[in-house]
Design a protein around this ligand. Structure first.
Ligand SMILES: Cc1ncc(COP(=O)(O)O)c(C=O)c1O
Length: 400
């Protein structure tokens, strides 16, 4: 595997979900596209919209969605910004988000609400809630003022799925625009949008899909499709959705053009089903090994049971109050990187700190054994004597 991936052996990389490795063959393909661009820039940009349209059609096939529903965007955040700018939102409307939401997207929702003198309501979904309970929490919060619902397909701080199919059904029945943040989901699920009805679904091919970075997708359905516009006003403006997203001025879109070949290349080399199975096995066994190492030192149970778990992303409970408090997960991540040379994600939810493991095929069981042996004793020492705190902190996202 090492020959296939450019990751350095240090730091220990257990965090594909935030920023993961791109296979060498994909970077080589992107570099060849860059060379082509630089060799004849005028010809390159003149032919670009058609090439983007062709890439978009291939990506739509991979995600098993109709090509006319899919547009390319720089990243999932950009896709959410497109939704905030384009979906109808009345003065004084309310946006429903969950307490598992990705912080940056939630902040975008808050700005939208402020602009329209509206409000954001954060719904609590218990970590272990199954599909019905989680859907009821969101649906039960709908009021006559609800003008937008946002749910993460696979949550960043808590590594669990949300029942976006059940929520979407009710949102559509009631005519409430629904934005699904599926940043982690492309390639991690074979048919991510099966059974999911929503106005806008955004995802990243540069996460589990391992495409070169800046490859977000936006899938739009329902009555508001033609109200969606790309982030950059450019010459595609007179064109219908999604063609207008193919024209974005002078941008380096070599990552987008290299994305279809990355997806098919991974399939040809390793097979997506095998990649998913291997990443799930690694994250599952890695979480067990690390939780057991904590237990050996604290005598407590560090395993975590989430409702609707996601195979390649798993949580381990941190000891004491480690990783809790405003800014604490980010500070812990920086300290672990600086002092332990390990790259991993930390999050907090309901006043509890978590290590989030996010595996891909370049990881190995030895990675988790190393973390258990080398890092767990230090983290336990950093946690100090176990103390309990009853007030939950808000949950920032580990993916930044
Ligand atoms: C749930 C979720 N949404 C959005 C994003 C943002 O992704 P990007 O920075 O590629 O836009 C992330 C990043 O990890 C995420 O986890």
């Amino acid at each position: 595997m090492d020959a296939d991936w450019p990751l350095s052996p240090t730091p220990l990389h257990l965090n594909h979900g935030s920023f993961g490795a791109v296979p060498r063959f994909a970077l080589t393909a992107q570099a060849a596209l860059r060379d082509e661009m630089e060799a004849a820039p005028v010809r390159w940009f003149a032919g670009l919209p058609d090439r983007i349209a062709a890439a978009r059609a291939e990506i739509a096939r991979f995600l098993r969605v109709a090509p006319e529903t899919l547009a390319l965007v720089p990243n999932a955040s950009g896709g959410a910004s497109v939704a905030f700018a384009g979906l109808p939102f009345p003065h004084g409307g309310e946006i429903i988000v969950t307490d598992h939401g990705y912080g940056a997207v939630t902040m975008g929702a808050e700005r939208l609400a402020r602009r329209r003198h509206g409000t954001v309501r954060t719904v609590h979904v218990p970590l272990d809630a199954g599909a019905e309970e989680a859907a009821s929490a969101v649906i039960g919060a709908i009021t006559g003022r609800t003008a937008l619902i946002i749910a993460d397909h696979l949550t960043s701080p808590t590594a669990r799925f949300l029942p976006v199919d059940l929520i979407g059904r009710v949102a559509r029945e009631r005519g409430i625009p629904f934005l699904v943040d599926g940043a982690h989901v492309p390639a991690l699920l074979e048919t991510p949008l099966a059974g999911v009805d929503c106005d806008v679904w955004v995802g990243n091919l540069h996460k589990f899909g391992c495409a070169p970075r800046s490859t977000g997708v936006l899938v739009a359905r329902g009555p508001h499709v033609q109200e969606l516009w790309p982030l950059i006003d450019s010459w595609g403006a007179p064109l219908p959705y999604p063609r207008r997203f193919d024209v974005q001025g002078t941008l380096d879109v070599t990552a987008q053009l290299a994305a279809p070949g990355t997806l098919t290349g991974i399939d040809a080399r390793w097979g997506w089903a095998a990649v998913r199975a291997r990443a799930s096995e690694l994250a599952g066994s890695g979480a067990s090994v690390i939780a057991a190492a904590f237990t050996a030192l604290t005598g407590e149970d560090h395993t975590v049971r989430v409702g609707m778990p996601a195979g390649p992303m798993r949580l381990v409970r941190l000891p004491g109050t480690l990783g809790t408090g405003p800014g604490a997960p980010d500070a812990l991540r920086a300290r672990v990187l600086a002092e332990l040379s390990a790259e991993c994600a930390f999050g907090q939810f309901g006043g509890v700190g978590y290590l989030r493991l996010s595996a891909h095929v370049y990881n190995s069981t030895a990675d988790y054994e190393e973390f258990a042996e080398r890092c767990v004793p230090v983290l336990t020492r950093w946690a100090g004597p176990v103390s309990t705190r009853s007030t939950p902190w808000p949950a920032p996202s580990p993916d930044r």
